[in-house]
Design a protein. Structure first.
Length: 187
């Protein structure tokens, strides 16, 4: 689940709502990406790399399109592409990407998460963009600081074995066969 408030001057409406769905035709099958993002990115550099006008897209949509294009062209794995695209961050790079890969008729789902923000942000802004990994016996994921503080206030943290820990700047993966959250790369 992802809810957001559109940035000032950003396109609005259902065509610009998260998650953004894009497909990449890979050498070994088709991969669908569903990307949601909190923070802001340098739209002009993303748009230029895609050869489109920045005004018609949100920064998150441009990111999804850029990742899909590079996946097709290079075959690089998603964790590497997410780490590489961190260069476009203006404020924060808090991302969730659900992938569905159809390889020889077998569907392989995975959830990738990226968390990070610029070092030169003020402390209050950095606290807002801080993300937290949560894990318990039946679920794992990443939560915003808003959800984390709500969980603390409502007594969810610690109940039923749910634990929260600060997510450091990095790329993470949750796969159906994995237990918990796996850190793949630093940002």
């Amino acid at each position: 689940m992802h809810a957001r408030r559109a940035s000032r001057g950003s396109p609005r409406g259902t065509a610009n709502a998260h998650p953004f769905a894009v497909k990449a035709v890979m050498r070994d099958g088709v991969m669908e990406f569903y990307l949601a993002h909190n923070g802001s990115l340098e739209k002009s550099s993303l748009a230029a790399s895609l050869g489109v006008r920045a005004e018609g897209y949100t920064d998150s949509h441009l990111l999804a399109l850029s990742i899909a294009r590079e996946a097709e062209l290079t075959g690089e794995d998603l964790s590497g592409l997410l780490a590489k695209h961190y260069e476009h961050v203006k404020t924060a790079y808090n991302i969730a990407v659900l992938t569905l890969k159809d390889s020889a008729g077998r569907l392989e789902p995975a959830l990738y998460l990226a968390a990070g923000s610029r070092d030169d942000l003020g402390e209050e802004v950095k606290r807002y963009y801080q993300h937290f990994i949560f894990e318990d016996s039946g679920a794992a994921g990443m939560a915003s600081s808003t959800v984390y503080h709500l969980a603390l206030r409502e007594g969810v943290a610690g109940r039923l074995g749910t634990s929260f820990s600060p997510a450091g700047g990095g790329v993470y993966r949750i796969a159906p066969q994995a237990r918990g959250v796996e850190r793949l790369r630093n940002l």
